[in-house]
Design a protein around this ligand. Structure first.
Ligand code: NAD
Ligand code: WQD
Length: 351
């Protein structure tokens, strides 16, 4: 299939491009580079072209458009040049804390951008979309492990609301026009990096998320990790999450594409491993597997955090034929491999 990948230069997008080409698909990327670097896409091409398993006969170049998804004319031009079978829609802003400071920017970018994208898609007869949703839509979940039947909850920040609202928008559009096929993938906590160490997570400024903070402490860029609370009702008192290797997550999109052609309507899937690990489990695994130190101290709880969040991923296994393959050791090893070989992330100049 020929796939439009919005936000394809980002963390999850780049890993997904590799999985797409591995499975014989081709892609076009639209990204405004607000949180990414074109070097990442060059490295994706390099990895695809090195790979023996893609089956692509000539050197692969992935068409890239430096375009904002809110730019209707820009999107129109992309759709006039290419005929897409489906869109995998990653483009969006994702920093929880920033969304509290800049709610308008988040609603405009994430909701405004998706509305424009979907409008241009339907105009050009492309009505298959896989949308990056998040476990955050469950709020403080009423059951653990979380199944897709668990009701959505109150989000604690505008970022979370954009995901929750966009799920509703896409479901309403599908209901009004059954030609649409919509897959909502609710990611749990993506970590890790491609095993080559060539692509990975490249946060701007101080990382919000646990794993990039750990790797930046390990590489000496930050003094110590603050562990946000050790008085939760969890086995060791620190927060428990369902960390998933980004390559497993990327592969879920390929499985969703196969399913989208078989099945009409709406599919909602949890994409996690089904295992919950605490903050200290992650820190200890990182130290043991990688043999590096990660100094940490206990800090107060972070506002908006919940104690425990992990899923039951059975529905994705049964209906998409997807399941995670990587474990916690792979996640901490690959995260460190990326960080230590790219201590400052991607270079600012083209390689
Ligand atoms: P990322 O920031 O690395 O990638 C997002 C990409 O979208 C970036 O390359 C950015 O430049 C681009 N972008 C943003 N706004 C755009 C716009 N208006 N037009 C065009 N491009 C735009 O983030 P990621 O971690 O790869 O996340 C991908 C998607 O998955 C996002 O929608 C995110 O909300 C969602 N998600 C991420 C996580 C996570 O923890 N990483 C968890 C759940 C859901
Ligand atoms: C994980 C655990 C923290 C940093 C967020 C978003 C969610 C989704 C994934 C996009 C928690 C603890 C963290 C630190 C710490 N993103 N922690 N010290 O909060 O589960 O989910 O990212 O959709 O929407 O909310 O992930 O990595 O920030 O935190 O102790 O410096 O690590 O308290 O228990 P979270 P996280």
């Amino acid at each position: 299939m020929h796939i439009l990948v919005t936000g394809g230069a980002g963390f999850i997008g780049t890993h997904t491009l590799i999985e797409l080409y591995k499975s014989g698909h081709t892609a076009v990327v639209v990204d405004n580079l607000s949180n990414s670097n074109p070097v990442a896409l060059h490295r994706v091409e390099e990895l695809i072209n090195q790979s023996q398993v893609t089956g692509h006969r000539s050197q692969v170049t992935i068409p890239f458009y430096h375009t904002d998804i809110r730019d209707r004319e820009g999107l129109e031009q992309v759709f006039e040049k290419h005929r897409f079978d489906a869109c995998i829609h990653f483009a969006g802003l994702k920093a929880v804390g920033e969304s509290v400071e800049k709610p308008w920017e988040y609603y405009d970018n994430n909701i405004g951008g998706t509305l424009t994208l979907v409008d241009v898609m339907r105009k050009h007869g492309c009505k298959n979309i896989i949308f990056s949703s998040s476990a955050t839509v469950y709020g403080d979940p009423v059951e653990i492990p979380i199944t897709e039947n668990c009701p959505k909850g109150q989000c604690t920040n505008p970022y979370g609301w954009t995901k929750s609202m966009l799920e509703q928008v896409l479901m309403d559009i599908q209901k009004s026009d059954p030609e649409w096929r919509v897959v909502l993938l609710r990611y749990f906590n993506p970590v890790g990096a491609h095993p080559s160490g060539r692509i990975g997570e490249n946060p701007n400024g101080i990382p919000n998320n646990l794993m990039p903070y750990i790797t930046q402490v390990a590489v000496g860029k930050r003094k110590e990790l603050g562990v946000f609370g050790n008085d939760y009702d969890t086995p060791d008192g620190t927060g428990v999450r369902d960390y998933i290797h980004v390559c497993d997550l990327a592969n879920a999109h390929v499985c969703a594409l196969q399913a989208i052609t078989r099945k009409c309507g709406i599919g909602i899937y949890n994409i996690g491993t089904g295992h919950g690990y605490s903050v200290l489990d992650m820190v200890k695994a990182f130290i043991n597997v990688n043999g590096v130190d990660v100094p940490y101290s206990i800090k107060p709880r972070r506002a908006g955090d919940i104690a425990t969040c992990y899923c039951n991923p059975t529905k994705a296994k049964v209906e998409l034929g997807w399941q995670s393959k990587y474990g916690i050791e792979d996640m901490v090893r690959d995260s460190w491999n990326w960080q230590k070989t790219n201590p400052n992330g991607y270079p600012l100049q083209a390689e």
